[in-house]
Design a protein around this ligand. Structure first.
Ligand code: FVT
Ligand code: MG
Length: 334
């Protein structure tokens, strides 16, 4: 026995013995209010297409999106986040379709706000669903992603979204200076209530693979990578610098992405800045858990809830997750 042990005065198992004492000492809880539900949408009416690499996830047309929104409201999920699958004929080098006020996302936002004014709506500010090459910005003839030209387009995209009533814009592109540029443009237009959730520490991750199938940018991107703007998975201090810059530029909330493999970053960001901090359990994380569960290798609901608890324990104030409906339904029956 080590000399500093107080055994048997201290028996850690005493408090774990019964459900009531486990409940008394539980440090974290999961609620529906922690969830943000990312939804893929496409043009047309009464259309739904399964995303084959994300079992249980579909792309839906705007009319069917209303049913999804209704379920979010009924389950107490506060925010729905929209991602578009854009018709290839509308894609260009500069992704200008992202600024079309009659485009898919603006139409969806107006429809949602008309029917569910109390539901928070978040939109992605990024050009990859709209570009012919699948990068998040304008590409020059040497293949470089142009920071400042891209930022101008992102500002126009964010204003288009804010003008049709979106509550939260989520710039996910990792261009330098875009949070400040978007915040200034929103203020200048009197759009002072539009919240910004900055994808501040977004890593160049292979866990995004299924998402690129879902929005239809995978084929265009091919074998290219996003290493010149998204972060190197080897770094942590750099994430803190990115977050500090986005807060200084006017972000209301910051995000770390991916989620489970980057919980160390979530914890460092929360400890350092004490601002609303979110994590994105990305498509590849979802696909891994779903595939293992489908094979009978993992218990679906248990790993889903445990992964959510891991985000809470790491300090996340909320999580964007494709499991959001499943988690909220489960909470309701518990
Ligand atoms: N801007 C949003 C994403 O890139 C999501 C990635 C994923 O779910 O894999
Ligand atoms: Mg940055």
């Amino acid at each position: 026995m080590p000399t500093n042990s107080n055994f048997p005065l201290i028996r850690m198992r005493r408090m774990r013995r019964d459900p009531f004492s486990r409940a008394m000492m539980r440090e974290n809880v999961i609620t529906a209010g922690d969830l943000i539900y990312p939804v893929f949408i496409l043009d047309g009416a009464n259309r739904r297409e399964p995303v084959l690499t994300m079992p249980g996830v579909e792309r839906v047309s705007v009319d069917l999106l209303m049913k999804v929104a209704e379920e979010c409201v009924n389950l107490g999920i506060p925010v729905l986040s929209l991602f578009p699958n854009i018709d290839p004929s509308l894609k260009t080098n500069d992704g200008v379709e992202a600024t079309n006020p009659e485009g898919l996302i603006p139409r969806a936002v107006r429809e949602l706000k008309k029917h569910f004014p109390e539901l928070g709506i978040m939109t992605d500010v990024a050009l990859d669903p709209y570009t012919s090459h699948g990068q998040d910005g304008t590409v020059d003839d040497k293949g470089s992603i142009l920071n400042d030209e891209t930022t101008e387009m992102l500002v126009r995209q964010a204003l288009t979204q804010a003008e049709c009533g979106v509550d939260i814009v989520g710039p996910s592109d990792m261009m330098d200076g875009r949070i400040g540029a978007i915040r200034e443009a929103l203020e200048n237009k009197g759009l002072i209530h539009t919240r910004i959730m900055a994808y501040s520490a977004k890593y160049a991750s292979a866990f995004y693979g299924p998402f690129r199938d879902a929005v239809g940018s995978a084929a265009a991107l091919g074998k290219a990578d996003k290493n010149t703007y998204q972060m190197d998975p080897a770094n942590t201090d750099e994430a803190l610098r990115e977050v500090a810059l986005d807060i200084a530029e006017g972000a209301d909330m910051v995000m770390v992405k991916p989620g489970m493999p980057y919980l160390d970053i979530v914890r460092r960001v929360k400890d350092e800045f004490k601002v609303p901090t979110f994590a994105y359990q990305v498509s590849g994380e979802y696909a891994m858990l779903k595939a293992a569960a489908q094979n009978g290798w993992l218990d679906h609901d248990k790993v889903m809830m445990e992964s959510m608890m891991a985000f809470k324990r790491a300090g996340a104030d909320g999580v964007l997750t494709y499991f959001a409906l499943d988690i909220a339904r489960k909470l309701k029956t518990q």
